[in-house]
Design a protein around this ligand. Structure first.
Ligand code: MRU
Length: 358
């Protein structure tokens, strides 16, 4: 399939309401290939293999995926339906542990099933369809709001550094960390964006540099070990990154290497902003120490895309997919309800409490 990546929703439901449709991100930037998924194993694999990735996108994919799976259950009674639903829900939840959006979206979908327990199966499936679409639509609106609040932290001509991909490919549209950049571009800010390549799986090089360049944003790709140099040179006014889970005290898990960027930014007085939909804020997790960090296969480091070995055979390899940036290194957490500032224990609580009341 051709077309521009920025014109295609990263995650969607097909027109017949029968399949979860994703852009296969492992093929980017060379090829824009869509995948239609209808089976639990296909959806689990797509999330684990990073064909769909980025915290908000995997939440939306899980929600739409659960609806698709539930619409195919051949059962007549509620108990059998609920048992099948819980089995698939737990299975999808096991695909990746760090991004809280996955379990957040699955819990929302389960809440719909239990709330409609007295209705017949087609009515429950219909309610699941509606909820999946609400989760998708919320993602679009939330990213737009993050863009508005985030743009207020920028001024025309600024240099911005980002790590990994918290772009439109990590959400349905707009992205989180890129939403302020796209909005600023529409308002003629003429930003300059440095994209860390993001080893080992190169989300920055393959995805962020690709989508920003395609959108006409002035973009420079750098290796991860170059961020200190561009900051020392005074080329970066702000760091904008996404996140996979924000703890109640503001400690933030994001792609491995983010904490290095934040430590370097502190050295050069560059503010670090975390762009966080409230679906990524986990008040049940007290601090970053409580966040489960996914460890992935050593081949991701030892081999380039499982093709060419670059490391000696049998060398020990440590491959955590995420790290935690201490809240002291974060200048602000940009949510759809505004920018939380230190002390985060209070500001995040206020945002989450207000959200409950709306
Ligand atoms: O392993 P990935 O590619 O799913 O990691 C993604 C990130 O770390 C993103 O920065 C994060 O999910 C935020 S996406 C808006």
């Amino acid at each position: 399939m051709g077309g521009k990546i920025t014109e295609i929703d990263t995650v969607s439901l097909d027109e017949a309401n029968k399949a979860l449709v994703i852009i296969d991100q492992t093929k980017l930037p060379g090829q824009i290939q869509m995948l239609s998924l209808t089976k639990a194993k296909e959806i689990w694999d797509a999330i684990y293999l990073l064909q769909v990735r980025g915290a908000p996108a995997i939440g939306v994919a899980a929600a739409i995926g659960m609806y698709v799976l539930a619409s195919r259950y051949e059962v007549d009674d509620y108990d059998a339906f609920y048992a099948a639903f819980c089995r698939d829900k737990e299975y999808l939840d096991s695909s990746r542990p760090t991004a809280v959006n996955l379990s957040w979206a699955l819990k929302r979908m389960e809440g719909v099933v239990t709330a409609h327990a007295n209705e017949d199966i087609p009515a429950i499936v219909d309610a699941l369809h509606q909820e999946a679409m609400v989760i998708r639509d919320e993602d679009i609106a939330v990213c737009h709001k993050i863009g508005e609040y985030g743009m207020e932290l920028l001024k025309p001509g600024d240099g911005v550094l980002t790590h990994c991909n918290a772009g439109k490919l990590a959400t349905v549209r707009f992205g989180t960390a890129t939403a302020p950049i796209y909005l600023a571009e529409e308002n003629d800010y003429h930003l300059h964006v440095f994209c860390d390549e993001t080893r080992p799986l190169l989300q920055g090089a393959r995805l962020t540099a690709f989508e920003l360049q395609e959108s006409g944003v002035d973009t420079t790709l750098i290796c991860d070990n170059m961020s200190a140099m561009v900051m020392k040179n005074g080329w970066v006014n702000a760091v904008f990154v996404g996140c996979d889970r924000v703890a109640a005290n503001g400690d933030t898990a994001n792609k491995i290497g983010t904490s290095v960027v934040a430590a370097v930014a502190k050295q050069y007085n560059v503010p670090v902003y975390i762009c966080a939909p409230t679906s990524t804020i986990d008040m049940a997790t007290a601090t970053g120490d409580d966040i489960v960090i996914e460890e992935r296969k050593p081949e991701e480091i030892a081999e380039m895309w499982y093709e060419k070995r670059m490391a000696p055979e049998n060398v020990k390899i440590f491959n955590p997919a995420f790290d935690v940036t201490d809240h002291e290194l974060i200048a602000g957490i940009v949510t759809e309800y505004g920018v939380a500032r230190t002390p985060y224990t209070e500001s995040l609580k206020a945002i989450m409490d207000n959200k409950q009341k709306r």
